[in-house]
Design a binder for this molecule. Structure first.
Ligand SMILES: [Zn+2]
Length: 433
């Protein structure tokens, strides 16, 4: 396979930026080069150095004046909710029962699942997201469709068949044993094929019986290499119902703790209404609290208290949560996340923001050795950003003088139109959509 040389400005983080002037946390090259070979990054540095190191017959692609970064990572999204997004509801439980639990039933049909999978990955690519952690539906067919399409596109994806055996319509429920068996089958069929990662995916405490959560915990113990994903403390009605269903648990977090579902590969969507005790349990277990700002605002769920969780030492990530979330774009997600924190007197610097959607989320998924940076050996999953992509951005860009200002413009006004190109394992894929 011939080498490719990308020419342009680039930005990659090596650690979480502590402040807006923390220049040690990232590498920025104004005249940069990225040498890609066999789907991996061989070298990233100054154009002159990389040009000299790469084979002379390498194909050169000029992305100047755009900004190249590692592909964006979305650690919480629902694949079967493409036709749920933008559904009018008062709150989480109404939204689930009225729209989501109806729509997800369609994913028993493999043809429907396959069609939506095609659109789903088109949309991720269009928005610059090259890795996501996704919920499928309860049906194994939905996970098969998801991973078949991810494999075809050679994407690094995390996903799981949802486990749910109660408090949902009959066609959308499994049994504890069926959930266990189907998840085992999805693991056998897909984990480690291509760049696929299977996640153990009990939807949340309300839709899983104690027996099912116990088996989800058994799967987690049998497969410590797998991610676990679920939802936690999103909405007051949800929390009250969970307490009724699990009276023996100390609190909502304890429901998952006593089932063996917490740990460094556990992704917990929302985590808005947590006690100090619960935050302490998350920190101690190394679990990840996933901030989903557009979803939390759309469903009126509440404001993610990043400072408080960080104070407890909880690992965090930021995600779209489509279809409760209202946009596939990690840029739009940063914009809304910034505002959620502003409302609480908390700041997210533009450097921190772009760290979060690249290396930060890669670390949250324990995948930083593969994605999230431009380190040699990393997957060549990249986005090319255009901060003048539309007239409103272009006129503002005339006043942009620094990298930080450019990033803030991208997150405040940018969407899929600001994603000029996307590379998946070294292949340009957005331009072909
Ligand atoms: Zn969700």
């Amino acid at each position: 396979m011939p080498s490719t040389l990308l020419h342009g400005r680039f930005l990659t983080f090596n650690d979480r930026p502590e402040a807006i002037d923390d220049t040690a946390s990232y590498r920025y090259e104004n005249d940069g080069g990225i040498w890609v070979e066999d789907g991996l990054i061989r070298q990233a540095g100054t154009w002159d150095a990389v040009r000299a190191a790469a084979p002379s017959d390498a194909i050169e692609i000029d992305h100047r004046p755009h900004l190249i970064m590692p592909g964006f990572v979305d650690p919480h999204i629902h694949f079967p909710q493409m036709q749920v997004i933008g559904s009018y509801a008062a709150n989480l439980l109404e939204w689930l029962n009225t729209y989501t639990f109806v729509e997800e039933q369609r994913f028993a049909d493999p043809d429907h699942a396959a069609r939506v999978a095609t659109h789903f990955f088109d949309e991720l690519i269009r928005h610059g997201t090259t890795t996501a952690a996704a919920y499928c539906s309860v049906h194994k067919a939905s996970a098969d469709a998801f991973f078949a399409e991810a494999t075809l596109r050679n994407l690094r994806m995390v996903a799981g068949k949802v486990m749910m055996d109660r408090n949902a319509p009959g066609p959308l429920t499994d049994t504890p044993q069926a959930a266990y068996d189907d998840t085992k089958a999805v693991i056998a069929d897909w984990h480690g094929t291509g760049r696929n990662h299977v996640a153990i995916t009990p939807r949340f405490a309300i839709t899983s019986s104690p027996a099912e959560l116990e088996l989800a915990g058994a799967l987690t113990a049998e497969h410590p290499e797998l991610h676990v994903q679920t939802h936690l403390a999103e909405n007051h009605g949800e929390i009250a119902f969970t307490r009724e269903l699990y009276p023996e648990a100390i609190d909502y977090t304890d429901v998952y703790a006593r089932s063996g579902l917490l740990g460094p590969k556990s992704l917990l969507g929302h985590c808005i209404h947590l006690s100090d005790r619960e935050a302490g349990v998350l920190a101690e277990s190394g679990s990840v609290a996933v901030f989903c700002p557009t979803s939390n605002l759309f469903l009126g769920s509440g404001l993610f208290d990043n400072a408080r969780l960080a104070g407890h030492g909880v690992r965090t990530a930021i995600a779209t949560d489509v279809g409760g979330g209202t946009n596939y774009s990690m840029l739009r997600t940063l914009d809304e996340g910034y505002k959620v924190l502003q409302l609480q007197g908390q700041r997210m610097t533009p450097l921190d923001a772009f760290y979060r959607i690249t290396l930060g989320n890669a670390r949250a998924l324990s995948l930083a050795e593969h994605i999230g940076t431009l380190e040699p050996g990393s997957d060549a999953d990249l986005v090319v950003l255009d901060a003048s992509a539309m007239p409103a951005m272009a006129i503002k860009a005339e006043r942009v003088e620094t990298l930080v200002e450019e990033l803030f413009l991208l997150q405040t006004l940018g969407d899929d139109r600001a994603i000029a190109e996307v590379y998946v394992a070294g292949e340009a894929v957005k331009s072909g959509l």
